[in-house]
Design a protein around this ligand. Structure first.
Ligand code: ZN
Length: 198
């Protein structure tokens, strides 16, 4: 039994999302069919607008609908500290903690020789460039506690330390192999407080 093409297409669309298999996809597709037309239109518009209106901040590469992003644009932020993370979602995790008041730099990945990802493939050159004016006094390396995240932290530490800028790494206590974004606020807050010199 084949579904009519519009439903199959909708199911295929949902299946492209992470963690959604054929069963969940068809459940969601049929749910959408039963939604009010206005709600469906709003949802569809939200998808298209998010993709169209969002870009990356030209300074920190955080996802944003304005450039520079709200964080870089905030004059109350401490510009002498930059927290380096792998992903925009990690910025959200740090912000939820409400204790960090510095700036960010989103790498959009981590160094992974196995996957052919080198320093030039993520936003490392831009970070090094940002450090060239004298405002930054500390770089907190908050890449994930995974093999790639550690390799990235080691590389950055080697690059930055000779400039005399303080380089710290989030303390252990974060689950190894885990993602920063899944750390609870208390764990993350302790990890920042207990960050160690590299
Ligand atoms: Zn920014």
């Amino acid at each position: 039994m084949q579904y009519p093409a519009p439903i199959s297409k909708l199911i295929d669309g949902f299946m492209k999302l992470p963690g959604i298999g054929p069963k969940t996809a068809s459940r969601l597709a049929f749910y959408v069919l039963n939604m009010k037309e206005d709600d469906v239109l709003d949802f569809a518009k939200a998808l298209v607008n998010a993709k169209r209106d969002l870009t990356h901040c030209s300074s920190c590469f955080y996802i944003t609908d304005q450039d520079p992003c709200v964080i870089c644009d905030d004059s109350h932020r401490n510009r002498s500290v930059i927290c380096v993370v792998e992903d925009s979602k990690d910025v959200m995790a740090m912000e939820k903690m409400q204790e960090y008041n510095g700036l960010y730099h989103v790498l959009h990945g981590a160094i992974s020789p196995m996957d052919g990802v080198g320093p030039e493939d993520i936003h490392i050159p831009e970070l090094i460039k940002r450090l060239q004016d004298d405002t930054v006094q500390e770089v907190i390396l908050a890449s994930n506690p995974s093999i790639e995240g550690e390799a990235t932290a080691m590389y950055l530490s080697r690059m930055i330390k000779p400039t005399g800028i303080r380089v710290t790494r989030l303390a252990h206590g974060l689950p190894v192999g885990g993602d920063l974004e899944y750390a609870d606020e208390v764990t993350l807050s302790r990890a920042v407080e207990g960050r160690r010199e590299l």
